[in-house]
Write a protein that binds this ligand. Structure first.
Ligand code: AMP
Ligand code: GLY
Length: 428
């Protein structure tokens, strides 16, 4: 197999790791990759941006790739999967029309309503509909969530406590144009309370293979304090998530979504990610993503028994067999993100990273914002620098392993949370 992986995060490093795990007969290129994929024995980096469809097709042709795996949302929304399909190259990842399940929140809500998938009550509108939107804000007593319709680098969601906050959020979209065209349409929805869990599934647009559930720790500081980030760590499986729960999510969320997208003429193949909230009234979908989650992927792929590369190739070929991606023993994994000073604002870059060569072999370091100098010095090059992952028979065992390895790793200003994998009060 010759595989091109588009993207440069720890998610893509984890996908590359998974592709080479069960077969020695795999060659990879990463576009553009990072300081970790650069030194994988079976991989190389190519200087092509992940969302450059023509560049990805040209690199895939030159490499004679028989599979392209597209990681980031922006690349899918930009039509990189469509470009590969048009060029006759098998691709894991949905066409842009199906990726609208992530790139347009209004489209996602419309699909959920059509498919009878439980979600927060909602209303959408343009600037001329502001009055209707404000009426719903008032009806909800100001406790609501305001969302820009389009992709906004994860910043287009405002969880509001009162009417003033909601009005300010609507103004940020319509008046300040903070998200450009992505904020031309705005959703107001009911604010739900509960525990969040991510359930990801592979699909060829008909059959579904559900992966182990994961929890993402979105806030920068311990105890879920401070601003939202791209994710400071992940745990699989969260407490109380059993096979029955995954069956419920498949039957009530994933299957109706995949079937409805196909019926609407936008068949979805790739990784469908359901962001769920478990509320007192039952399961509700907060969002769908059209791709693997980051940092969820970094903990999910190390506990899979099935060969991910075969499954992704089956999705691309339309030949996936149904089932569950049941985790083997050890079945738990904890991933801790090491971030640069300044993150989630402008991160400090260019510091030398030391200690990775001494890492306990049972701990995996997936790279994100790293690069290598000509003399091979590894340096920080982004906000989220590394995800360190350890497995265990229980979340506690995995946690102890990963935190035990941390003191050996150093870069100036290194920041991480100390409570990743600790069960939250109120877990189901
Ligand atoms: P989204 O991109 O739609 O998942 O929103 C990002 C985050 O905002 C979610 O992970 C939740 O923490 C929060 N959120 C989104 N929608 C709601 C909602 N209806 N009620 C409460 N929190 C929400
Ligand atoms: N972990 C959240 C995401 O990938 O969108």
């Amino acid at each position: 197999m010759r595989v091109l992986i588009a993207g440069s995060g720890a998610r893509e490093h984890a996908l590359a790791w998974a592709c080479t795990r069960q077969s020695s007969n795999v060659e990879l290129i990463c576009a553009p990759g990072n300081g970790g994929t650069a030194i994988m024995p079976m991989a190389a980096n190519v200087p092509v941006a992940a969302d450059d469809g023509a560049g990805i097709v040209a690199a895939a042709r030159e490499f004679e790739a028989n599979l392209v795996v597209v990681g980031p949302d922006a690349a899918l929304a930009a039509g990189v999967a469509d470009a590969c399909t048009a060029a006759g190259i098998p691709v894991f990842g949905p066409a842009a029309s199906a990726a609208r399940i992530e790139s347009s929140k209004v489209f996602a809500k419309t699909v959920m309503d059509e498919a009878n998938i439980a979600t927060a009550r909602w209303l959408s509108g343009k600037v001329t509909d502001r009055r209707r939107l404000l009426n719903l804000v008032a009806e909800l007593g100001g406790r609501c969530v305001v969302k820009a319709d389009g992709l906004a680098l994860g910043k287009g969601v405002f969880v509001c406590d009162d009417v003033d906050e909601a009005e300010a959020a609507i103004a940020a979209c319509f008046d300040e144009q903070r998200f450009g065209a992505a904020g031309n349409e705005v959703l107001v929805e009911e604010r739900l309370e509960g525990l969040e869990v991510s359930v990801l599934a592979l699909t060829d647009s008909r059959n579904i293979r559900v992966l182990p559930a994961a929890r993402d720790y979105k806030r920068i500081d311990d105890g879920d304090a401070g601003p939202n980030t791209g994710g400071m760590g992940a745990l699989t499986p969260p407490a109380g998530i059993d096979p029955q729960f995954l069956e419920l999510v498949e039957a009530q969320v994933l299957r109706p979504c995949v079937d409805t997208l196909r019926e609407l003429g936008s068949p979805f193949s790739g990784c469908l990610y359901a962001g769920l909230m478990i509320t007192a009234d039952g399961l509700r979908v907060l969002e769908f993503n059209a791709r693997f989650g980051d940092p969820e992927t970094q903990v999910i792929v190390p506990v899979l028994t099935d060969d991910l590369l075969t499954l992704m190739a089956d999705c691309a070929a339309g030949t996936l067999s149904p089932g569950y991606g049941v985790a083997a023993s050890p079945s738990s994994a904890v991933g801790v993100v090491l971030a640069a000073a300044g993150y989630p604002g402008a991160p400090r870059k260019g510091d030398a990273i030391t200690g990775l060569d001494q890492l306990d072999p049972s701990v995996i370091a997936f790279h994100a914002g790293t690069r290598r100098d000509a003399d091979d010095t590894l340096r920080t090059d982004g906000g989220r620098v590394l995800t360190l992952v350890a497995r265990g028979d229980s979340p506690d065992e995995a946690r102890q392993q990963v935190y035990g390895a941390l003191p050996g790793i150093h870069f100036e200003g290194m920041k991480y949370r100390g409570d990743i994998g600790l069960e939250q009060a109120g877990d189901i």
